[in-house]
Design a protein around this ligand. Sequence first.
Ligand code: SAM
Length: 289
Amino acid sequence: MSMPPAPPPLSDKLLEPGLYVVSTPIGNLRDITLRALDVLAQAEVVLCEDTRVTGKLMHAYGLKQKLIRYDEHEAEAARPRVLAALARGERVALVSDAGTPLISDPGYRLVREAAAHGHRVFPIPGASALLAGLAAAGLPTDRFVFAGFPPPKSAGRRAMFEELKPVRATLVFYEGISRTADCLADMAAVFGERPAAVARELTKLHETILRGTLGQLAADPRLQAPKGEIVILVGPGEQEAATEQDADTALAEALTRMGPADAASEVAKALGLNRRELYRRALELKGEK
Ligand code: SAM
């Protein structure tokens, strides 16, 4: 059994009252920030999804603050009490079982109401499976869409994927482990041969990141009945190369509104083509008239 981490020095600066949205580890207990520990040590109350799960984290760092369950079922009833605690000037920490609260986890309504009542809301950033998956997948990260959990049944899943198909961005999904194989098969059917990655058990002992096309991942025997937790990431599709005909059509339309230089710039940007060649062609098209 590994030794629990030694408690690090905590800040002696008294934190302001308010709601603290605190990220906690997604596996490796050491993935917690010093600031998160300061908050968990000073909060009058820590709201959590499961007192046993958060209790383990608190115990590992020698923290003993009061834990109150705040999950989907308890939220409605508990919210007025939380708002009353904030009104008394208390520090309230919100955590989830793992990662960043509100990211496919409860808390959004509480944050909205706390802010509406004039209370400060402090984000305490840290681990999230979404960002850890993106960091290791090797897919473009300049633009990404977090799509959360796909619907559980194939028809609903495919409808969601069809909706996301035209989006030029890396798509990030959370998925229940038992649905991984079916989900990948539906992704391969809808998105085709896009590059993708399955990030399993991030930050934990059996961390594995499998990369390949969706077809390869859907057929990978290691993903037929996997264990643990996974994030699925799908790279953006290749933009189909614009044809000469596409360029001529776009240029002809642009030339009705602007001169050849501006038309060439606009079409170059829209279709990802060479501006100088388009300019030459724009002059030709103008001459043809
Ligand atoms: N709030 C969390 C976050 O910030 O990542 C996510 C909570 S959501 C209820 C749980 C899902 O996150 C899992 O089903 C899985 O898709 C993903 N997940 C959480 N921990 C993970 C890990 N260590 N490795 C891979 N995926 C993980």
